[in-house]
Design a protein around this ligand. Structure first.
Ligand code: CAA
Length: 379
């Protein structure tokens, strides 16, 4: 738990080398152009980085979430948008692994794990974000098909993905009336609306998704009717570990940049790191990262042990993403005016860090999950 095996260390180094070679050259320009390059994602897949925890039988590396978190952190150090791409494309994989049948797994998992296919996850709607159980998209059974109607919001990879896990209502109101479906790209009636103009994570497309009489075969339902909320929450429990890992990568990259600057930059005839105000700031940043990393790896380890982990994943998501925001903010401060310019990556990392406190459940929702877990223990 506290040291990495030789295999884990080799995986870290491979992920680092791939991210540097494939993602570093265009990360700045792609942020400015708001450009997502599917070919770069596919190259991460070719290096084995898109299906780390997926079973070898289904085309993955068959490793655990600890290894997955290590890989995602390395990608995020270079290009957070692609760490999120790997994380989000992992949601259909973990969903099918847990709730799918063998036909669905055989159809989608090898391509997703290889990064040849890009996955997406469609839960949120214009009127239901944190209150996911109130979603209004409908799926009406008609013989051997379902007809889907509704609008999904904030869809990472909307219009780029090859397959979408879509939560839609098949029954009455509330969480128990929801089912989960696989909706392939190209399904008639599936279209995409506005692409969001975001503060950060600009190379990651966030798009409105429209379902207008989109008809899919009944075989595309994941699990039973009415278990869609469970499917979504289970996927997000795992996803929150990957968002935490992304925030760790952002934090570490910001600390390394600020630290190197503080060693090289001289004012009043000494390196600014030797001023206690700056040195302590860097030390506090390192403490926060180390705390968040331990919690993230604990959540991943619990999942790998098949032990209850959702409340620890929520803690890790809060800790790592709050860490990301505070560390990137302080890193900008260490560089002063230079930190505020686009000459350095820190302003971009700070913008990217902000959304990590929001995606896959706001940090307020994480605290709801944690508080409810605590309450159950005290009842
Ligand atoms: N695992 C298993 N079951 C769970 C669960 C979990 N993690 N969370 C809840 N459930 C079960 C509950 O036990 C309950 O079942 P019973 O009725 O049988 O007891 C049922 O689901 C309903 O649970 P709640 O009463 O707790 O539901 P709620 O309506 O109060 O909502 C919530 C709880 C935690 C706030 C939840 O709605 C939530 O997580 N909201 C945030 C949604 C979210 O993260 N959205 C992000 C979308 S993805 C994204 O960001 C974009 C992208 O591209 C990836």
């Amino acid at each position: 738990m506290f040291t990495f095996s030789d295999d884990q260390q080799a995986l870290i180094e491979a992920a680092r080398a791939t991210a540097q070679a494939e993602l570093a050259p265009t990360v700045k320009a792609d942020d400015e152009a708001e450009l997502f390059r599917k070919d770069l994602f596919q190259r991460l897949g070719a290096a084995g980085l898109c299906g780390v925890p997926t079973a070898e039988q289904w085309g993955g590396l068959g490793l655990g979430y600890v290894e997955y978190a290590l890989v995602i952190e390395e990608i995020a150090k270079v290009a957070p948008a692609y760490a999120v791409a790997v994380a989000v494309s992992g949601l259909p994989q973990v969903t099918l692994a847990q709730f799918g049948n063998d036909e669905q797994r055989a159809r989608w998992m090898p391509g997703l794990a290889a990064g040849e296919l890009l996955g997406a996850f469609a839960l949120s709607e214009p009127g239901s974000g944190s209150d996911a159980g109130s979603l209004r998209t409908t799926a009406v059974r008609e013989g051997n098909t379902y007809r889907l109607n509704g609008t999904k919001f904030w869809i990472t990879h909307g219009g780029y993905a090859d397959v979408y896990v879509v939560m839609a209502r098949t029954g009455g109101p509330g969480p128990k009336g929801i089912s989960a479906f696989l909706v392939p790209a190209g399904t008639p009636g599936l279209s995409f609306g506005k692409k969001e103009e975001k503060m950060g994570l600009r190379a990651s497309p966030t798009v409105e998704m429209i379902l207008e009489d989109a008809v899919i075969p009944v075989e595309n339902r994941i699990g039973n009717e009415g278990n869609g909320f469970l499917v979504a929450m289970s996927a997000l429990d795992s996803g929150r570990i990957t968002i935490a890992a992304t925030a760790l990568g952002i934090s570490q990259a910001a600390l390394d940049c600020a630290g190197r600057y503080a060693v090289a930059r001289k004012q009043f005839d000494q390196a600014i790191i030797d001023f206690q105000a700056v040195g302590f700031m860097l030390a506090d940043m390192a403490v926060r990262i180390e705390q968040a990393r331990l919690l993230t790896h604990k959540a991943a380890w619990l999942k790998d042990q098949r032990m209850p982990f959702s409340h620890i994943a929520a803690m890790a998501k809060c800790a790592a993403t709050d860490c990301g925001m505070s560390v990137t903010t302080d890193a900008v401060q260490v560089l002063g005016g230079y930190g505020y310019t686009r000459e350095y990556p820190l302003e971009r990392l700070m913008r990217d860090a902000k959304v990590m406190q929001i995606v896959e459940g706001t940090n307020q929702v994480q605290r709801v999950v944690i508080a409810r877990h605590l309450k159950r223990g005290w009842d």
